[in-house]
Ligand binder design. Structure first.
Ligand code: SAH
Length: 248
């Protein structure tokens, strides 16, 4: 059976025979963007109950319902990997959100650093990107979007069990791929700086934290969004779930 072309993240609990009323934006997406029809198959997930095959029960321009048929995949554990990133300009931060979702980040946390040039983060837009990318890449969860906070505040409340891989363009750390095999299995986070890089006092403060590990991404200075994407890929390949098959 060809997989449905429609895949939706929903808030409701998913159970056999359940009917789900979709919010207005999803009704609009189905009716006007995708030109879907009553009866068409949809895959649904909510981050808790796995993935379900459903069909459209009713569809108008402003209202739609799904009827659940059967579970297609059970909920499965995912890598506990967070991405902390200083906010960037619109296009670039949108790219980071989309790629973080595709690359399996469990959470995206915008953190304000000394040299962050962006004062405001549009969390509604970022969340929409996270959801859209999660729907498209077939993951079973949507990355959590943490509230934007100052880096100092985030570090002051940090759970020391989560190792923070601090991408240091200053070169104070060993290569990321050399550090990963020696880490215990457990929660991880990646910290990427802003376009202006980390301030010396931030680097010094991070160096004093027992849970923070400076790491390098090689001899070239990468743009922040490139560094975030590259680091997520290396962690997923060496310590994450890239040993699992597609749709596994
Ligand atoms: N303007 C800064 C560069 C900032 S790059 C300068 O000229 O020094 C933006 C962020 O990407 C950095 O803060 C760092 O977190 C990450 N980054 C870029 N290249 C890197 C590298 N080679 N190794 C580790 N981190 C890197």
């Amino acid at each position: 059976m060809t997989p449905p072309r429609l895949r939706l993240f929903v808030a409701a609990d998913l159970a056999p025979g359940a009917g789900i009323v979709l919010p207005r934006e999803q009704a609009h997406y189905l009716a006007n963007v995708m030109r879907a029809a009553v009866g068409e198959a949809v895959l649904a997930f909510n981050g808790r109950d796995g993935e379900w095959r459903a069909h459209i029960g009713a569809l108008g321009k402003a209202a739609a319902t799904l009827v659940l048929d059967a579970q297609t995949r059970p909920q499965a554990a995912e890598p506990d990997l967070w991405l902390l990133a200083a906010p960037l300009k619109k296009d670039r931060v949108d790219l980071v959100a989309e790629k973080a979702a595709e690359l399996g980040a469990a959470a995206l946390w915008p953190v304000m650093t000394r040299r962050t040039g962006i004062a405001r983060v549009n969390t509604d837009r970022l969340r929409a990107h996270l959801i859209e990318a999660a729907e498209q890449c077939e993951r079973l969860t949507v990355p959590a979007l943490m509230p934007p906070l100052a880096l100092d505040t985030v570090l002051a409340g940090w759970d020391a069990a989560r190792i923070l891989l601090f991408l240091d363009e200053g070169g104070s750390g060993p290569p990321l791929a050399a550090v990963l095999p020696g880490l215990p299995d457990g929660p991880l986070a990646i910290l990427v700086g802003p376009e202006g890089g980390f301030a010396p006092e931030e680097r010094a403060a991070l160096a004093r934290l027992p849970f923070a590990r400076p790491v390098s991404l090689g001899p070239r200075i990468l743009r922040a969004e490139t560094a975030a994407i590259a680091a997520l890929a290396v962690v997923q390949a060496l310590k994450g779930d890239w040993n699992r098959p597609v749709r596994g």
